[in-house]
Design a protein around this ligand. Structure first.
Ligand SMILES: NC(=O)c1ccc[n+]([C@@H]2O[C@H](COP(=O)([O-])OP(=O)(O)OC[C@H]3O[C@@H](n4cnc5c(N)ncnc54)[C@H](O)[C@@H]3O)[C@@H](O)[C@H]2O)c1
Length: 260
């Protein structure tokens, strides 16, 4: 087991990519905190993990609520005895051209992705540094951390910003053995993507099938979606990598949509 007795907090773990990471980490022996807005869904994931004979706890957390983040991280450290891994994964998407985007929506998206990453990082570092056991912080970026698409102004901005935050954490955390890396997935068929297919179709005046073929998978090498398990395996690799050799990096898993 590659994460035996490690404690991992995963935000946005009640659904999609975060949920799969939680299941894979638990299989590998981690004690997992399912942090999400949605307590009912979080509890279902906790039950699934407990039925595998592994440990998990739900944490009600809006990642942009400073007090909830601090209290949530405190509760996990108290119950499981410290924090070894943070996966800052909670996120939303808003489809709109810039000229029609409200200031409120711009700020909402940036806050969930960037303020949420900062607040959870800060709270976890406060446990990782004094414990002296190192740690791994993983940010859920996107191919949109590397390139732009129309209709996704705040998302592309936020996902690029996560690379900057990751690199600072890598530099500041090095002396404490705390590593930081970014995962950059291509399109994965989670609720976040299912919702945007008809939204993009409407905005671009094309069919749902055309959104999938001509936008989402157009530049992949094989016309395939990336899967939640693909991304969970990358997260496991980053979480279990044992030295500062692998820090400040971003890894793209997108069926070749973006190559660098
Ligand atoms: N699905 C994709 O194609 C794709 C591609 C690249 C990156 N991503 C990123 O992966 C991450 C997870 O996305 P997903 O596709 O699994 O989406 P999802 O909608 O299935 O899951 C997102 C989860 O985040 C939670 N969440 C939303 N706002 C929150 C908040 N303020 N506080 C706490 N939790 C909150 C939701 O309740 C939900 O459980 C996001 O950061 C997303 O940008 C997704």
């Amino acid at each position: 087991m590659r994460l035996k007795n490690k404690v991992a907090i995963i935000t946005g773990a009640a659904s999609g990519i975060g949920k799969e990471i939680a299941l894979v980490f638990a299989k590998e022996g981690a004690k997992v905190a399912i942090a999400d807005l949605d307590l009912n869904q979080a509890n279902l994931v906790v039950q699934e993990i407990q039925s595998m004979g592994r440990q998990a706890m739900p944490v009600v957390m809006n990642v942009i609520d400073e007090q909830q983040v601090q209290e949530g991280v405190d509760a996990v450290a108290k119950k499981f005895g410290g924090i070894d891994v943070l996966v800052s994964n909670a996120g939303i998407q808003i489809i709109s051209p810039l000229e029609g985007l409200s200031y409120a929506d711009w700020k909402k998206l940036l806050a969930i992705h960037l303020d949420g990453a900062f607040l959870t990082t800060r709270a976890c570092l406060q446990y990782m540094y004094p414990a002296g056991k190192g740690g791994s912080i993983i940010y859920m970026g996107s191919v949109h951390s590397k390139e732009a698409s129309v209709l996704k102004g705040p998302y592309v901005t936020a996902k690029h910003g996560l690379i900057g935050l990751c690199e600072v954490v890598a530099k500041e955390g090095a002396a404490h053995g705390v590593r930081a890396n970014v995962i950059c997935p291509g399109f994965v068929r989670t609720p976040l993507v299912e919702k945007q297919i008809p939204e993009q179709a409407k905005a671009l005046n094309i069919s749902n099938e055309e959104v999938i073929k001509k936008i989402m998978l157009k530049d992949t090498v094989d016309g395939e979606f990336t899967t939640t398990d693909d991304i969970a395996q990358v997260a496991l690799f980053f979480a279990s990598f044992a030295s500062n050799a692998l820090t400040g990096q971003s890894l793209i898993a997108s069926h070749g949509w973006f190559m660098e």
